[in-house]
Design a protein around this ligand. Structure first.
Ligand SMILES: [Zn+2]
Length: 600
């Protein structure tokens, strides 16, 4: 690994490997002019307060002016956040980004009256407005969505009290974050070369991938020793967060915290239950995979710290960025000519910021908005993993591109529930392509390992979290205090059920609940698993079904124009049934069988 090498400064990067933000604003100067004009105008939106019930024209004018402002603000935000991320140590862009963020929160305050005022209007009256002014027809679905919130909206004075307390409600999550990111001090351990290294969140996952078992075990035990010492505090922050979600759900007339969280995407709770059932039914497949892992690693016992070390050396598959572009175009050919053209645009118009540089935000993401290119941030290394990341992020970017080009602004975005489907469909297509192309067994094993590990992390692991998340909310709602002893005992049991009898359940793993930031995201994690499973079914349909591609493209173009479950139904996946889940497990089983045969 070359991580010890000095990273280049931002200015030293070749321009063609950086993103072109000039298409948002030509220069910082034009950003400043746009910022100033926004600042000057947005406060006038307050003048529409109290006019929404005056008539169809008034409603339309207020709505369109608010949307225009939010669209303008979106451009300011995109430019500032990307400039900041390309070098987070750059003080000028830090300041720019801070200014946009504080402008955003002022903007939210300025228009905070809008939704409650609209919800207070009688539904019949809204229908009459749409009849009266045909330009409101465009907003019918938007207004219909909003109206479903009516029965969960309280009296104005009560809403004010809740809004005023929203800062307090975020305290458990903030406390967790500060404790976990700023205050925790991890012990010093020895790396592969026997050098003393301070354990951190960042290098913990690298150590778990180590080929050297002593290093993995030491990292694992030392990491958890810190959580063990603070387990009562972590239980208190987590319990606090669960209480907040349960309280909010109760006062807003939802049947549970899960009902409240899923309702924001118009998802019924059976979607969640089907996932837990299907994963439970397929745990034997997971156990088979773990058995194979134990065999390939030639271990007598498979421990929890043996889960991330690669089955074979990663260096057996190196891909440069130039090669990755070519492979991407080939692998995604089944998505048709229109999709190919957009990929080519992404490469030619410099949507992608490829290389690592000093101060650059770590990881990878896709970020765009209605009026601009959907940009991609990468920290490229020549590996199979990075090829998958590129294809994944391009899945998000093309989704954004097709949505914004085919929908009006009001529907020109898509919910998180659908987002991961577009990105992981590409990963599935890449896997199929690479397996077809692979000449050697080593290559095939590397690809299958990449896929199966991805499935394990996205479907089995995230569902385990989803199950525990729901368990905690349920228990707390029925009066069970979430003390650390209780959480440890149940997490340990759950972990044992997921990993099976063949894996040594190290006692430290009982504490895993204490370190997972996603438990503060309010029923977020299940969507990783449902998204990945839906994408397996879609990738198969694209390749084998005559109408598969057209239906898939209709999903990429739909945005918020319909409810997420309906959008997926159009695409050919009924997410309220177990069928799509079972199809995903069939793919997992098939690849697992291939890997087993290759290793024989
Ligand atoms: Zn993603």
């Amino acid at each position: 690994m070359s991580k010890m090498q000095e990273l280049p400064a931002r200015e030293e990067l070749p321009e063609d490997l950086t993103w072109d933000l000039k298409s948002i604003y030509e220069s910082d100067q034009s950003f400043e002019e746009s910022f100033a004009s926004f600042e000057e105008n947005y406060q006038s939106l307050a003048s529409y307060q109290g006019t929404l019930a005056d008539g169809a024209d008034q409603l339309l004018t207020a709505l369109e002016n608010i949307l225009a402002s939010s669209r303008h603000l979106g451009n300011l935000h995109l430019y500032a956040h990307l400039k900041n991320d390309q070098d987070t140590s750059n003080a000028k862009y830090q300041e720019l980004y801070d200014r946009v963020r504080s402008l955003s929160s002022q903007f939210s305050v300025t228009i905070s009256w809008f939704q409650p005022e609209l919800l207070a209007i009688d539904e019949g009256k809204i229908q009459a407005y749409i009849q009266e002014n045909s330009e409101l027809e465009l907003y019918r679905h938007y207004l219909e969505r909003l109206m479903t919130k009516k029965e969960h909206t309280l009296r104005e004075s009560e809403e004010e009290l809740l809004a005023g307390a929203s800062n307090l409600f975020s305290v458990p999550g903030q406390t967790f974050s500060v404790l976990n990111n700023a205050d925790l001090k991890f012990p010093v351990i020895e790396d592969e070369e026997g050098q003393k290294v301070q354990l951190t969140h960042g290098n913990y996952s690298e150590f778990l991938e180590s080929k050297n078992r002593r290093v993995r075990e030491n990292a694992f035990k030392n990491y958890y020793s810190v959580y063990e010492g603070l387990q009562n505090t972590f239980a208190t922050t987590l319990y606090g967060n669960v209480k907040v979600q349960n309280y909010r759900a109760t006062v807003r007339n939802y049947s549970s915290a899960r009902d409240a969280a899923l309702s924001s995407n118009f998802i019924k709770e059976d979607v969640y239950d089907r996932l837990l059932e299907a994963v439970d039914n397929h745990l034997p497949s997971f156990h088979r995979y773990l058995k194979l892992r134990k065999k390939v690693l030639k271990l007598k016992d498979l421990h929890m710290y043996d889960m991330y070390t690669p089955l074979i050396k990663e260096s057996s598959f190196e891909v440069t960025f130039e090669e990755a572009k070519e492979i991407t175009l080939q692998a995604l050919k089944p998505l048709g000519a229109e999709y190919q053209e957009i990929l080519q645009k992404a490469f030619d118009e410099r949507w992608i910021d490829v290389c690592e540089n000093k101060g650059k935000r770590s990881g990878a993401y896709s970020s765009g908005n209605y009026d601009n290119n959907p940009y991609i941030l990468l920290n490229w290394h020549d590996s199979l993993n990075n090829l998958y990341t590129l294809v994944h992020e391009l899945g998000h970017s093309v989704h954004t591109y097709l949505t914004t080009k085919n929908q009006p602004y009001i529907y020109g975005d898509y919910p998180i529930f659908l987002a991961e489907i577009a990105s992981t469909t590409n990963e599935n297509l890449l896997t199929i392509y690479l397996l077809n192309q692979a000449d050697t067994d080593t290559e095939k094993i590397t690809i299958l390992n990449q896929y199966l590990d991805g499935f394990k992390g996205t479907v089995f692991r995230q569902t385990q979290f989803a199950e525990f998340e729901h368990f905690m909310h349920d228990q707390a709602a029925s009066g069970q205090p979430l003390i650390s002893h209780f959480l440890n005992e149940h997490y340990y049991k759950l972990n044992k059920r997921y990993y099976g009898e063949d894996v040594v359940s190290d006692e430290e793993i009982a504490l895993e609940w204490s370190r997972i930031p996603h438990f503060y995201y309010n029923y977020y994690v299940y969507q990783y698993a449902t998204g990945f499973c839906a994408s397996s079914a879609l990738a198969e349909a694209i390749l084998s079904d005559e109408t598969g591609l057209d239906r898939y493209l209709s999903f990429l173009k739909a945005g918020q124009s319909d409810y997420p479950i309906e959008v997926m139904k159009e695409a050919g996946v009924d997410m309220r049934s177990s069928d799509y889940l079972n199809r995903a497990f069939e793919v997992f089983d098939r690849y697992l069988k291939q890997l087993e045969d290759l290793i024989q």
